[in-house]
Design a protein around this ligand. Structure first.
Ligand code: HEM
Length: 325
């Protein structure tokens, strides 16, 4: 589980975080002040109530005592005008706020496994999706579809590990609500206890309302950006909750590669409940912040997964650009 000594802002094959963001921007040209992916989102206040079931494995107080948090839900597209009614990635990012309990971010999405074992494969897919979404008239869209099909074929030839993830993703419809989707963190992290004992785990956020997909006929009656309004109106009648669940690895389970699932029968332990209460009164402030999957409280550590440290740099590049005057 040793950390690589390689500069984590550059992939093994030489792509820098800035180049990755350049390619994301070219695939779906962003509005200047938006996130380069997950552009449209809204921020909510939340409270985490621990289950007590992971306290023996970590010294992270934010996971073992009640903590204040904010949550940003998002459509995964880099286009601010992305359509919530169609299948695609949705994101849930959590920031634990109590400094005395250790600040920490969870950044999760509706993938079950990541579609690529390296950042290049992910960027290739973003480019293929960008081609598929070509704007313009019918002729342009037909051309876009052809170009996308060609690009997808190339990506799959170069990244055979993407097949399984894309197949499972193709079977997932759009969620009916941000509150009825399951969000996975995908990367392995490590819980560290008082004695320094290390236990690799992955996290997921499971909706208390269950997973409910959008009925496509009903979807036709909704606005393309219905998800945020849906959450706001559900919250008017009370909090919405998710269970933070940890999946523990067994020896031999790959911790370096988010494109490889661990067997589903690995222990799944509820770490606690995250109760989402209301739209944040400080929305503008939180929209500007970065939710960084490598921001970890003492008692939680990185694993040997280098993609997550590359993400940290890509998120900083995106933030620098979107916050530039
Ligand atoms: C090499 C892999 C990846 C790259 C290059 C990448 C890139 C990005 C970028 C540039 C942003 C915008 C950041 C900002 O401006 O603050 C972003 C946001 C986001 N990404 Fe990724 N990402 C990667 C993998 C993942 C994975 C594995 C997940 C989920 C497990 C994920 C979930 C999210 C979410 C939820 C957001 C929105 C966070 C927020 O609300 O602030 N990404 N990503």
């Amino acid at each position: 589980m040793a950390q690589s000594s390689q500069d984590s802002s550059v992939t093994k094959d030489g792509m820098t975080a800035a180049q990755a963001v350049d390619r994301i921007e070219a695939a779906a040209p962003p509005r200047p002040h938006d996130r380069r992916l997950h552009a449209r989102g809204a921020v909510y206040d939340a409270r985490f109530v621990p289950s007590g079931q992971v306290s023996q494995w970590t010294t992270a107080a934010c996971l073992t005592a009640e903590s204040e948090a904010v949550v940003r839900f998002s459509n995964g597209s880099g286009r601010y005008d992305a359509d919530d009614r169609v299948r695609g990635v949705r994101g849930m990012a959590v920031k634990f706020l109590d400094a005395d309990k250790g600040v920490m971010d969870l950044v999760a999405a509706t993938f079950r496994v990541f579609p690529s074992h390296n950042p290049e494969g992910f960027i290739d897919l973003v480019e293929a999706l960008g081609k598929a979404g070509t704007e313009g008239g019918l002729a342009d869209r037909a051309k876009g579809k052809l170009a996308a099909a060609g690009k997808f074929a190339t990506v799959l030839a170069q990244h055979p590990e993407s097949r399984g993830a894309l197949k499972s993703f193709a079977g997932q419809q759009a969620p009916a609500s941000f509150a009825t989707a399951r969000y996975d963190g995908l990367h392995a992290f490590v819980l560290v206890d008082e004695a320094g004992e290390r236990r690799p785990f992955r996290y997921r956020l499971v909706p208390q309302l269950g997973e409910v997909e959008l009925d496509s006929a009903y979807g036709e009656t909704l606005a393309p950006d219905f998800l945020i309004g849906d959450l706001d109106s559900r919250l008017a009648t009370g909090p919405l909750s998710f269970t933070l669940v940890f999946q523990f690895a067994e020896p031999g389970d790959p911790t370096h590669d988010p494109s490889q699932a661990w067997p589903e029968h690995r222990p799944l332990i509820p770490a606690g409940q995250l109760h989402i209460t209301a739209r944040s009164a400080r929305e503008d402030h939180w929209q500007q912040q970065v939710f960084d999957p490598t921001r970890l409280a003492p008692g939680v550590d990185l694993s040997d997964d280098t993609m997550v440290t590359f993400r940290r740099h890509a998120y900083s590049v995106s933030a620098e650009r979107r916050l530039a005057p």
